[in-house]
Write a protein that binds this ligand. Sequence first.
Ligand code: FAD
Length: 273
Amino acid sequence: MIPASFDYVEADSVDGAIAALTEHGDEAKLMAGGHSLLPLMKFRLANPAVVVDIGRLSGLDQITDGGDHISIGALATHQTVETSALLRTEAPLMAHVAGQVGDPSVRHRGTLGGSLAHGDPASDLPAAFLAMGGSVIAKGPNGEREIGSTDLFTGFLETALADDEMMTEIRVPKAAGAGWSFQKFNRRAQDWAIVGVAAVNNGSARVSLINMGPSPMLSEAVQNALAGGASAEDAAAVASDGTSPPTDLNGDAEYRSHLARVLTARALAEAGV
Ligand code: FAD
């Protein structure tokens, strides 16, 4: 499949990228690794008139200690996140999940910022980010703002980022010593998840679900059950409550609901809940 024609702009700075977004409005799309945007364009599901390439901007792939959190540049690739010693110690779920995305070629091109900005409910890293909690930094023509993890995902492939904003940084709280688990159910290694569950147990539990609704989501049903004193087993039994899983060739909604309950039980056990 060949995408519709578009103009190509290579940004030479963050400000240059934002200026291009401001000039072209919703006609423009940022491209980082291109591993989600280009497939959409080839299927003609996205038809930006202008593609603003931020993939070669330097300095936005650093992973640093921010005190109470780890700061990850939006252009850090999945491979960089996977192999970061800092993340493996302080936020091991993020590093582990990055290593479960696609295959090595995808992990060397795709970026954390791109995965979060894409907002795909079938993606792995938004689930890890939601389970960790934290925030992203968005920069636009009027400066920077911080968007909390629970406010970022607003609908199917939609986020709270404005058309003229670029995500520059992801902040995840330090969670060394916390229990965690990532359960990705797929038919073949390197496939997308049919259903997935990420859990972090850091005093209280955060549990997120992959492919169980129109956007990346926390399971409020499970979290509320645990907060109310339910056992892990009883909490897992409500994992499909409040969800609207899709039906497709990999499974119907009922099958996905069953998977969500089974995988949540495994995740809670592994996270030590
Ligand atoms: P791009 O494709 O460049 O951009 C995606 C979207 O985000 C676009 O709308 C773009 O405008 C926007 N964007 C990008 N960067 C920014 C930014 N800094 N600020 C604001 N907006 C931005 N993902 C999984 O989770 N699990 C998998 O198993 C998996 N398997 C895959 C297998 C294949 C064969 C492929 C091609 C992809 C797969 N992916 C998978 C998706 C992959 O992880 C993508 O790399 C990732 O989702 C998007 O990152 P990107 O840098 O390529 O973003």
